[in-house]
Design a protein around this ligand. Structure first.
Ligand code: ZN
Length: 690
């Protein structure tokens, strides 16, 4: 919450001193009971009951597409980091590690708006020249590989991660991205949202092409869209991409050349793999081809589409990718399309905040994310928080263990494997014990766009070199300042320091509140390894079926009920959630809150046994406080554009449904609030996946 923001804390302190002689600084309450609307019954609509007051008094800022508990914490974390970064620049002696030194250079370059204007397109000029100089599509493999080596999807991507079939070793994955519209379906839809977003993309693409000195009239944009439509047509849908078997296609160069003739895959792969061991020449290396049909279609386009179509597409991809690091004419165009048109954000948030996002990555995956985390953890995370959160993970895990033991529909053979998987699940919490040293990475204090290219190339080369190394199961790949949690490969759950903050986790709070907030997130992440996708991976994190056919069928029947329920929700009139696209998240919500609740009961039983029963606080029982805290973390105000974007492309259900769906299917909720059968928050036949 905003009291984590050092500026806000000072403001609150000053106010408290002015108003009274109270010694303690004003702090947000651990549970916001003032946000409730008691006129709405808890059993009618618990989301509204807990949050309507907050929703009514909260103004959605012009520079946000939505605002809620997670967003407020993100902003607070960013303000803390912006202050820390300013101090780092003012006093270079504070940059005591390689990561902090690099971060200081990167931040200085990113904040120097005048320098960015002066630099113009210098960083991308060599790339634009290469695209202009293409003589034939036969030269494309080398260029596409070089773009992939800089993490620019145009349209091929290549990455290295633990092998889904054997997570002890690394594997090479070949995939595809690089569509200008938010979703592959947008190329085939004609509804008003699609028309509005497509019109904005056309303007943005024309701006990029003008900057590249290329034709940007209506005919050029028509041709760009027609070219991208062919790529989109060969791309799997979001629902199809959730199926790990569908994207697990083992291949090698010979098979790929036969499947997708017309593109020199050997030249492409050779360039992508530069820097790896000579022990495995490209023609002998096996890899995973995520979307074989796409490879076939793209190779056909290399043969059949005019070179000018490829050049236009590559200019747009290159400049769209780097626009946030380029002068205002391009960065502003990028914002107008991606943020204003797609997500409804009226004006840009503070530059320092945008830069923290760009350098760390929105999901914390950018290479400097760990350096930002180093700065963050030193200021905002304690050993006490780490210990407390770990103890909560133990309770929620034990609750899951008891649920698995008690399932009446699961055969002993499957149950044993499920328990083994739970026991093997690893935990990463806070941040890494050692911070990365970034060997070989050099950044400049006056070249934002160039730094972006250098960072991408450095990280990609490092990951490609992983092909020669076994998997380090302890490696951190997530930035610790991020307000998110992850169920990662192989078989681990990750809670960065950034989310272990109020209101998700508060050292001052009673246990019921923490279990209802971060405890439910812990339950959610544990369940991800047992959701419709995660359940297909075994204790080692390998894609391997450990289910009897009967148990798999019983599971699917339960998952189908979740898909049907959420598919019936309408966040906006006539706009239904896609129950299949959001299925993994919804299963994790429905089952996650259940084990978080059971975890709290384990703790309360221990406390009772020690003669320390928990009394009501503010007139609410621990169970009631648990549910109020849970509903409060999902309160969110959305702009229509942001909500529509989430419905169309998101994997998560919007806030209200993350309360109504899980709690109406949890009998303990109805018991805590005395709900009666037939009331909306009491499902007549509750869904229990786990
Ligand atoms: Zn999730």
């Amino acid at each position: 919450m905003s009291d984590r923001n050092p500026h806000a804390a000072f403001a609150a302190l000053a106010l408290a001193a002015a108003c009274s002689a109270a010694a303690a600084p004003a702090q947000a309450p651990v549970l916001d009971l003032a946000g409730r609307d008691l006129a709405t019954s808890a059993c009618q609509d618990f989301y509204t009951h807990v949050n309507a007051g907050w929703l009514a008094r909260t103004v959605l800022p012009e520079d946000r597409g939505r605002i809620g508990s997670f967003d407020e914490l993100r902003i607070a974390n960013s303000r803390l980091l912006e202050t820390a970064l300013a101090e780092l620049l003012a006093d270079p002696a504070r940059a005591t590690s390689p990561g902090l030194k690099l971060l200081a250079s990167a931040y200085r370059a990113a904040m120097d708006e005048a320098g960015i204007e002066r630099a113009g397109l210098a960083a991308v000029a060599p790339w634009l020249a290469r695209i202009a100089a293409l003589k034939s599509t036969a030269e494309l493999p080398a260029l596409l590989a070089d773009l992939a080596r800089h993490r620019i999807a145009a349209p091929l991507t290549a990455w290295v991660s633990p092998d889904t079939e054997d997570t002890r070793r690394h594997e090479l994955y070949l995939g595809n991205e690089g569509l200008g519209l938010p979703d592959r379906d947008d190329y085939f839809k004609t509804d008003t949202t699609t028309q509005r977003v497509t019109a904005a993309y056309r303007v943005h693409a024309a701006n990029l092409l003008r900057a590249a000195g290329a034709a940007h009239d209506e005919a050029a944009i028509d041709a760009l869209l027609a070219f991208e439509r062919q790529l989109a047509d060969a791309t799997l849908t979001r629902v199809q991409r959730r199926d790990p078997q569908a994207t697990n296609n083992r291949s090698d160069l010979k098979a790929l050349a036969e499947r997708a003739p017309g593109f020199d895959w050997s030249a492409y792969l050779g360039a992508v793999l530069q820097g790896t061991s000579a022990n495995t020449p490209p023609d002998q290396r096996r890899f995973v081809l995520s979307q074989p049909a796409f490879a076939t279609a793209m190779a056909r386009l290399v043969q059949q589409a005019p070179l000018a179509d490829w050049q236009r597409y590559l200019r747009v991809r290159l400049l769209d990718d780097l626009a946030p690091q380029l002068p205002k004419a391009l960065a502003g165009s990028h914002f107008a399309y991606h943020e204003t048109a797609v997500r409804g954000i009226r004006r840009a948030p503070p530059r320092s905040e945008q830069v923290v996002w760009e350098l760390g990555g929105r999901t914390g995956g950018e290479p400097l994310g760990l350096a930002i985390g180093e700065l963050y953890v030193s200021r905002a995370f304690s050993a006490t928080a780490q210990a407390k959160a770990s103890a909560m993970v133990d309770d929620v895990k034990e609750a899951m263990r008891q649920r698995i033991r008690g399932l009446d529909w699961m055969a002993p053979a499957t149950r044993t494997k499920a328990l083994a998987k739970l026991d093997a699940m690893a935990l990463q919490i806070g941040g890494p014990s050692e911070w990365p040293r970034y060997p070989g990475l050099e950044l400049k204090a006056d070249d934002y766009a160039g730094n972006q290219l250098r960072l991408s190339a450095w990280d990609q080369a490092r990951r490609i070199a992983d092909l020669d190394r076994p998997v380090d199961r302890n490696r951190w790949t997530t930035a610790p300042h991020i307000v998110n949690a992850f169920a990662g490969s192989p078989n681990r759950i990750v809670f960065p320091a950034g989310i272990l903050q109020p209101p998700l986790f508060d050292e001052r709070a009673d246990d019921a509140v923490n279990y209802g907030a971060i405890g439910s997130v812990i339950g959610h992440e544990i369940t991800h390894h047992f959701d419709d996708r995660g359940r297909q991976f075994d204790a080692d994190g390998n894609l391997k079926d450990w289910w009897t056919p009967e148990d798999a069928a019983a599971y699917r029947a339960r998952a189908d009920r979740v898909a049907t329920l959420y598919g019936s929700y309408q966040p906006l009139p006539g706009q239904f959630l896609n129950g299949r696209q959001t299925l993994g998240e919804n299963i994790s919500d429905v089952a996650g809150i259940r084990i978080a609740y059971d975890g709290l009961q384990l703790l309360l039983a221990r406390q009772r046994a020690q003669g320390k029963p928990v009394a009501p606080i503010d007139g609410l029982s621990p169970e009631q406080r648990f549910f109020v805290a849970n509903a409060a973390i999902w309160r969110t105000r959305y702009r229509d554009e942001a909500l529509i974007s989430q419905i169309r492309t998101g994997q998560h259900s919007p806030g209200p449904f993350r309360v109504r769906g899980p709690l109406s299917n949890l009998p303990a909720f109805g018991q805590a609030f005395g709900c009666k059968p037939g009331e909306p928050m009491m499902a007549s036949e509750p869904i229990a996946v786990w």
